[in-house]
Design a protein around this ligand. Structure first.
Ligand SMILES: Cc1ncc(COP(=O)(O)O)c(C=O)c1O
Length: 448
């Protein structure tokens, strides 16, 4: 019998695992109850942007909590929520200016749920009641609640709940390293984007309400950005079929890829943007749904009342944290730091490229992935049972470096990667520690 099950009253993520207790954070480091220091190379899960242990944030939480901690959104707005909404809209793509609105929630999954329901009600307000399906992509992740699971294409996370979730349709991802069409960019003419058009033409487009996608696929594919031209083609297809375009920027939003929102790398103007994670840098549970003016307009001309809600939406303390994190990002010019810091990280990782089992180092800004392959020339993955990504994580941990491993990037089962998403304050020396730990892990895992 595992002793771990008796040492904690928590229903852990994995009941067979022992978890150290995190007691303090300092910059890019987490310190546990035994005093061991860990370098947070993945910002936990692409969450921590400003670093751990920033005292200003705690003070802002205390101040807001002492003033007013909670006021229900059926009766009140709060100053921090209004302020943060205006600031987030100001850095959003152009189409959110002049009348966009923000719906604050407590995390990414709630953002996805909210977007699904908002999309449905938008079409009711617009007198198109047949539209309700949200088409998404294979190899994607949009959250763990049942609505968010139904759009997620992540096979492993989806499969236990398959009987409980609808299948509204999943089209091909944009993932050149393992192209689902065995083509090469740009000769492929972005066939993966056209897969959406083909799907809509063959599957009752009149019932489809939106297309939802990650501009840079995070956890599932290990930071796979869309190729140039993809998002423009997708936007055109959505327009042609009269459906909304939703960008899931829960991981990529709030500066992680070098722009406030990753959509801006390609000049994309989605109808809805979801964000989370970095918006509060882990100091409070917070997510947001950015709603473009034309959707707001349809609600205003219709019932004006969104039939949805959470007790803790737009929470005053959580949004005060969002404001304090935003202040910190601005005061320390951290939005601007991501691209050069990402380049430093890439330079540190460059020597790994020649390793026979490093297939690709990829990503944008401070969202980078390293994929491990059995055969470099063919991109053939290891069998799932080899557990390569987890092996790399464990070996890097021996060097006190925390990584976010993932499996299934090829077909939902095979394909191993680790995701790197350190805080925006990462130093060149810390980038080198990450590269050193990865080199050690590669040597250890592949020495056998
Ligand atoms: C792209 C994306 N969407 C949604 C989510 C769900 O967010 P949360 O775990 O905060 O509910 C995640 C979490 O990893 C994500 O990466």
């Amino acid at each position: 019998m595992s002793t771990a099950t008796h040492t904690t009253p928590l229903f852990s993520r994995n009941l067979r695992k022992q978890y150290p207790v995190a007691v303090r954070g300092e910059g890019c480091w987490i310190i546990d109850a035994e005093g061991r220091r860990y370098l947070d190379a993945s910002g936990q899960a692409a969450v921590v942007s400003i670093g751990h242990g920033v005292q200003e944030i705690g003070r802002a939480m205390a101040e807001q909590s002492n003033r007013i901690a909670f006021a229900h959104t059926t009766q009140f707005h709060s100053q921090p929520a209004e302020k943060l909404a205006a600031r987030v809209l100001a850095i959003a793509p152009r189409n959110f200016q002049n009348g966009g609105r923000v719906y604050f929630v407590s995390g990414g999954s709630e953002a996805t749920e909210t977007a699904i329901k908002l999309t449905r009600q938008y079409f009711l307000e617009s007198k198109q009641p047949s539209r309700y399906r949200i088409v998404a992509r294979k190899q994607s992740y949009h959250g763990s609640t049942l609505g968010a699971m139904s759009v997620s294409g992540n096979v492993a996370r989806r499969s236990p709940y398959a009987p409980m979730i609808p299948e509204w349709g999943h089209v091909a991802p944009c993932f050149c390293y393992h192209c689902p069409f065995d083509k090469t960019f740009p000769e492929c003419n972005i066939a993966c984007a056209d897969d959406l058009d083909t799907f809509l033409r063959n599957h009752d487009a009149s019932s489809v309400a939106a297309f939802l996608f990650e501009p840079v696929v995070g956890a599932t594919l290990g930071s796979a950005p869309a190729v140039d031209g993809y998002t423009a083609r997708i936007a055109e297809i959505c327009r042609k079929h009269g459906i909304l375009l939703i960008a899931d920027e829960v991981m990529t939003g709030m500066g992680r890829t070098g722009k406030p929102f990753a959509s801006e790398h390609w000049g994309l103007e989605p109808d809805i943007i979801l964000t989370g994670k970095g918006i509060a840098s882990g100091y409070a549970p917070l997510g947001a749904v950015l709603v473009s003016p034309r959707l707001v307009d349809a609600f205003e001309k219709g019932t004006a009342a969104f039939m949805h809600g959470f007790t803790y939406q737009a929470h005053p303390v959580a949004t005060a944290v969002g404001d304090a994190v935003f202040d910190y990002l601005e005061t320390h010019t951290l939005f601007e730091r991501v691209t050069p810091a990402g380049q430093t990280l890439r330079n540190s990782l460059a020597p790994l490229d020649s390793h026979p089992h490093v297939g690709q180092v990829r990503g944008l800004g401070l969202l980078q992935g390293v994929e491990f392959v059995k055969e470099k020339s063919t991109h053939e993955p290891f069998p799932k049972e080899a557990g390569i990504a987890e092996g790399i994580r464990q070996a890097a941990l021996e060097k006190n470096v925390l990584l976010y491993p993932g499996q299934g990037c090829v077909d939902g089962a095979r394909g191993d990667h680790v995701l790197l998403a350190p805080p925006f304050i990462i130093t060149p020396e810390e980038c080198q520690l990450i590269a050193d730990a990865l080199r050690y892990a590669l040597a250890k895992v592949f020495s056998a």
